[in-house]
Design a protein around this ligand. Structure first.
Ligand SMILES: [Zn+2]
Length: 247
């Protein structure tokens, strides 16, 4: 039987600490809580790491967070040789916030890249220092300098980034919201989470379950490190933090 974990990070991606109850420990030692601030790996964004602190002060290091039998079941994977909590126990959660904030900045930067480069997305992967987005384009003539300049215009404009829930029907009526070529947002649950950029989504909106910073300015300096050719009709853009290195 799959558990349903309340995914607190979906409504508040800035919550670094909270309290929860242990509802199960699975046969591989994975810890399932009633609610969590730990993002579980999905959609190209890696899951959170951090710690669970027991009432006796004992600390359980969380090495990874993944989904279980269903997307709604979130499993906290402990590092090796950690204490095992009891079912029903109340526990204090703390995510590795500096790492998560880097991932939120990078993830938001990937959204901006899809605005600058409005082509079908075939893949994406977010990490703390280097992210990539793959586009289905033969050769759009982009240079990394030009794409970087346009990304930084969006960053400096300090647009708000926020989420909004829409119905399956609303999404069906607006098929251009979906930018992924092969991945469809999960439908059938009745509602879809849209990530919007700009007042009234003037810059962008697309279905996404990840965590993002609250404004484009918070992304800070980023640049395109590389544009790689990955087949005849595929280009991989690599985003990195910091200003574009001179040379
Ligand atoms: Zn996203």
């Amino acid at each position: 039987m799959a558990f349903v974990t309340e995914a607190v990070f979906r409504d508040d991606s800035y919550l670094r600490e909270t309290e929860a109850k242990v509802v199960a420990v699975n046969d591989r030692g994975g810890i399932i809580l009633d609610r969590t601030i730990f993002y579980a790996t999905s959609g190209g964004q890696p899951g959170d790491t951090g710690s669970l602190v027991r009432s006796d002060g004992g600390r359980i290091a969380v090495a990874a967070t993944v989904t279980g039998e269903t997307k709604d079941e979130i499993i906290h994977v402990p590092a090796l040789e950690q204490p095992v909590p009891s079912v029903g126990e109340t526990i204090q959660l703390a995510i590795d916030w500096p790492r998560r904030h880097l991932l939120m900045r990078m993830h938001a930067a990937c959204h901006l890249l899809t605005v600058v480069c409005p082509y079908p997305i075939t893949g994406a992967s977010v990490s703390e220092d280097d992210s990539r987005v793959d586009f289905d384009i033969p050769d759009a003539g982009f240079t990394k300098e030009e794409v970087t300049a346009r990304l930084m215009e969006l960053v400096r404009a300090d647009y708000p980034i926020y989420t909004r829930w829409i119905s399956d029907d609303e999404l069906g009526a607006n098929p251009t919201l979906v930018k992924s070529k092969n991945v469809r947002p999960p439908s059938g649950t009745g509602k879809i989470r849209l990530v919007c950029i700009g007042d009234n989504a003037s810059v962008d909106s697309q279905p996404c379950g990840g965590t993002h910073v609250a404004s484009t300015a918070e992304i800070g300096d980023i640049h395109i490190g590389k544009i790689e050719k990955k087949g005849r009709e595929n280009r991989r853009f690599r985003i990195r933090f910091g200003a574009m290195p001179a040379n």
